[in-house]
Design a protein around this ligand. Structure first.
Ligand code: NIG
Ligand code: FE
Length: 396
């Protein structure tokens, strides 16, 4: 297999503790990869030979971003809803029905084309691993086709039949929960690794604690691993449920109680859920930002993700999320980069991505700047190029 030496790296972020504490950064560095793995990292002066050589001319190289929370398979957009929000309307999840109607009406080719367009956009901004949820179909056939499409785009697919109760079941929520834990789950489980639920306090959109438990337990019984949307609209039962059921990640965490933080901190000692923060949502819904500092100081692993969806955050940009996390949530540039790479990998239980230790997948992102700090400092800084596993021996 062809080996590639990437050199001219002003700053290489590895997350390899043998290169030092923190991000495991090496200055004036080189990295050797083949199509499957990172083979060597260190100072350029001691780099081994390789079959080909690429000079990145004084830029920073970091692990490709791991975007552990997106909803990329949908049709239509909600620009008018966004505009109304910017003049004072609150986000309450009601607009999800608009996207459900548009998605149901779209054929597979259209959904696939939109998904591929967004995936390309996300890759161009340095994301090399992405999770994609269903949740805009909410019939047996539509959820299954959304997941079949998502599967073509990523192995990290999530069944989100528990997104909201679709309009035709508004008068009989229990019947919808039965569908989502029965025939819909049966049709979707073969195409999904994960299951998720939008859990909020009773009376708000989405599913209450009891309904969420029913949905998650059925999914776990069907062999799916769990993640939870929790605390987006208000403090609710989702965090406690995620901890109790051993979810990999609890996402949003905009509104947390003291007990929620204590539960996440206690669980963190035993590889409990990662707190996945989605600051693009707070930006796009004019909500308060989550208290990232409090979570980090309590020892909870934090991930950053885009949540790319047409309602609460129509962005594919992990660098933008990093800039928001630093400017608005008090994270340091190093913490934010860690959360966007290693944190996301932990939220997806993927030890092979999110870092550049020897043996990792060779997923590299070249920032068009000399240091990772520029991701926050020079918000909007371009990603010069990126490689993913399988592509390192040719131009990506
Ligand atoms: O993660 N919270 C629920 N789901 C999405 C938003 C869905 C929508 O508004 O279309 C989210 O924010
Ligand atoms: Fe979401």
């Amino acid at each position: 297999m062809t080996t590639t030496l990437v050199t001219g790296i002003a700053e290489l972020v590895t997350h390899d503790p043998t290169h030092g504490p923190g991000l495991g950064t090496v200055e004036n560095a080189a990295i050797v990869v083949d199509d499957d793995a990172v083979l060597w990292t260190g100072p350029a002066t001691s780099a081994p030979a390789a079959d080909r050589r690429i000079d990145v001319a004084g830029r920073a190289v970091i692990p490709g971003f791991v975007d552990s929370h997106t909803h990329l398979v949908f049709a239509g957009d909600r620009a008018r809803e966004f505009e109304a929000r910017m003049t004072g309307e609150r986000y309450d999840g009601g607009g999800i029905a608009t996207t459900i109607a548009a998605t149901r009406a779209a054929d597979d080719a259209r959904l696939m084309a939109n998904g591929r367009r967004l995936l390309a956009e996300l890759r161009a901004q340095g994301t090399t691993t992405v999770e994609i949820k269903s949740g805009y179909g909410l019939t047996v056939a539509d959820e299954a086709r959304l997941l079949r499409i998502a599967r073509e785009l990523t192995p990290e697919t999530t069944f989100l039949g528990g997104h909201v109760v679709p309009p035709e079941f508004a008068a009989d929520r229990a019947a919808y929960v039965e569908l989502a834990t029965g025939p819909m789950l049966d049709a979707c489980a073969p195409h999904a690794r994960w299951a998720d639920v939008f859990c909020e306090p009773r009376s708000l959109a989405a599913f209450d604690g009891d309904e969420s438990r029913t949905i998650l337990e059925a999914a776990a019984h069907a062999g799916l691993e769990l993640r939870v949307h929790a605390g987006q609209l208000g403090p609710g039962p989702g965090v406690a449920l995620a901890v109790e059921l051993g979810a990999a990640s609890v996402d949003h965490c905009t509104f947390l109680t003291d007990d929620d933080v204590d539960a996440l901190a206690a669980a963190a000692r035993d590889s409990g859920p990662v707190a996945t923060l989605l600051p693009g949502v707070e930006f796009s819904t004019r909500s308060p930002y989550p208290d990232a500092r409090r979570l980090l100081d309590a020892g909870v692993t934090v991930a950053l993700a885009t949540d790319c969806n047409p309602g609460t955050c129509y962005s594919t940009s992990m660098p933008w999320c990093i800039a928001l996390a630093v400017h608005e949530m008090g994270m340091t540039p190093a913490e934010a980069l860690g959360a966007a790479t290693l944190g996301g990998a932990q939220a997806l239980r993927r030890p092979d991505v999110g870092h550049l230790r020897v043996g990792a997948r060779p997923d590299l992102c070249v920032v068009d700047a000399p240091s990772y700090r520029h991701l926050a400092y020079r918000a909007g800084v371009p990603i010069a190029r990126h490689w993913r596993s399988g592509q390192t021996s040719h131009e990506a």
